[in-house]
Ligand binder design. Structure first.
Ligand code: IFM
Length: 476
């Protein structure tokens, strides 16, 4: 029998969540509505018609949830703060709201769990959306104020800060496709949002750096590996180039190279990418960071439809008509690679993660001399609990995580500087347009009783976190 793969002793093993997806307490202690509260009131937006008013009730169950993390041997917990709770309506500090995060951080530190804070995981205060949201340049400055305000409260105890989670989702999926809040279907709004989100990131980094130059600062971006459906077909090669541009390079080139990629500017010229960029913005956006967070779920193969082929009509989870997320051509579509799929319909191919990590180090983090951390990776499966509420997800979620950890290990052996892996997610939670119908947790949440029950994946992952070895699944 071969020895299990071993990770470095200082490699972080943890879990990630986001405020809107788990907290609930939507109207407590001065919290005001976010764009997601608003989105949930609109018919047809959320598959099961649910909302975030209770979610996992983490706001009231936080100490027990932290104890649960400790029992699973997690050394790092990545959470997001709700802007609408900390600075309601995008205004000044709401002490009662910020106190929740102060208690969370204290509890984590008591349990020797490193707090990793994400400032923006998609829940913009609705009051700011009503002034244009991310299409309004001013939102970037309000974000910097929010970053400084929260640094005054938590900067003495939180060592790692992420500005934005997955700006692709908060721009293209939110302002062009219309699947995510605020649900617009306007490519011009989306490309303006891209720029203002990047500007917010840069201003946020500067504000946090001014507060304390010793903080570890970064951003989390979600990436895909775009394969041409047929590498010998120039149309497919071009489709893959566009997807790579729209998902990967449009964010990473400004952050690491201080420029938008020329081909993406060209692809998205009809929507006006870069038109809202002012002198000095790209210097702000490329302010140095200390770590790049990578969220990875799937790669894909792409082709360009011929002129006479109809463009498929995208819909949201509930069947509502959407627009394409916009990659500079609505004719670019994904091609089925006949791989296994998760409950999200996303194909599973862990090899793509290794390819991605090598590429990102080569093109971005290597030249900048900074490490990466996998800030999200995991999978939704249609769990079937037994009578005690226990889910044996050994053959599904645990296998997915094991295979992706193998890919991370392979990338480490390739020489890629990766410092940790945070599973998405600690708990089953509100999966945006899918409501509570898709379960990503390694811990099951019974939404009737709010009872938490670690799944087989959690018990196995706890052993990996404790030993830093990829212990065989059958040993759990
Ligand atoms: O649930 C989301 C999370 O909020 C951001 N990254 C992807 C996850 C799964 O869709």
């Amino acid at each position: 029998m071969t020895n299990p793969l071993t990770f470095p002793s200082n490699f972080a093993f943890g879990a990630a969540t986001a405020a809107f997806q788990i907290e609930g307490a939507a109207k407590e202690d001065g919290r005001r509505p976010s764009i997601w509260d608003h989105m949930c009131t609109e018919p047809g937006r959320i598959l099961d018609g649910s909302d975030g008013s209770v979610a996992c009730d983490h706001y009231h169950r936080m100490p027990a949830d932290v104890d649960l993390m400790a029992s699973l041997n997690l050394d790092t917990y990545r959470f997001s703060t709700s802007w609408a709770r900390v600075c309601p309506d995008g205004g000044p500090l709401n002490t009662a709201g910020a106190d929740f995060y102060s208690r969370l951080v204290d509890h984590l530190l008591e349990k020797n769990i490193r707090p990793w804070l994400t400032l923006y995981h998609w829940d913009l205060p609705q009051a700011l959306e009503e002034k244009g949201g991310w299409t309004n340049r001013d939102t970037a400055y309000r974000f910097a104020d929010y970053a400084s305000t929260l640094a005054e409260v938590l900067g003495d105890r939180v060592p790692i800060w992420t500005t934005l989670n997955e700006p692709w989702c908060s721009s293209f999926l939110s302002y062009a496709a219309g699947e995510h809040a605020p649900g617009l279907q306007d490519p011009s709004a989306a490309v303006d949002a891209v720029h203002h989100l990047l500007l917010a990131h840069g201003l946020g980094i500067q504000a946090l750096r001014d507060y304390d130059s010793n903080l570890t600062l970064g951003i989390t971006t979600n990436h895909t590996v775009a394969h041409p459906a047929d590498p010998d077909n120039p149309r497919d090669v071009d489709a893959a180039r566009r997807i790579d541009g729209a998902f990967n390079r449009i964010f990473l080139d400004p952050i690491f190279k201080g420029e938008y990629p020329a081909d993406v500017l060209e692809d998205m010229s009809s929507a006006g990418l870069g038109e809202v960029c002012r002198a000095g913005d790209l210097e702000i956006i490329s302010s140095p960071i200390d770590v790049l967070g990578i969220n990875f779920y799937n790669g894909g193969a792409f082709t360009t439809l011929a002129e006479d082929e109809p463009i498929p009509q995208p819909t949201n989870a509930a069947g509502l008509a959407l627009s394409t997320p916009f990659v500079g051509s609505e004719r670019v579509v994904g091609v089925d690679r006949h791989l296994p799929h998760t409950h999200m319909g996303w194909e599973v191919d862990a090899k793509d993660l290794r390819i991605l990590l090598n590429r990102l180090q080569r093109d971005y983090t290597g030249p900048a001399g900074i490490p990466m951390v996998i800030t999200e990776n995991g999978a939704a499966y249609d769990d079937k609990p037994d009578q005690e509420g226990f889910v044996d997800d050994t053959d599904t979620r645990a296998t997915y995580i094991r295979d992706h950890l193998k890919a991370v290990h392979a990338a480490l052996e390739d020489g890629v500087d990766i410092r940790g892996y945070l599973v998405w997610s600690l708990l089953d939670n509100f999966e945006w347009a899918w409501g509570y119908t898709r379960r990503f947790g390694i811990v099951r949440v019974d939404y009737e009783t709010l009872t938490r029950t670690p799944k087989a994946s959690a018990l196995w992952y706890a052993q990996v976190a404790r030993t830093h070895q990829l212990v065989p699944l059958e040993d759990t």
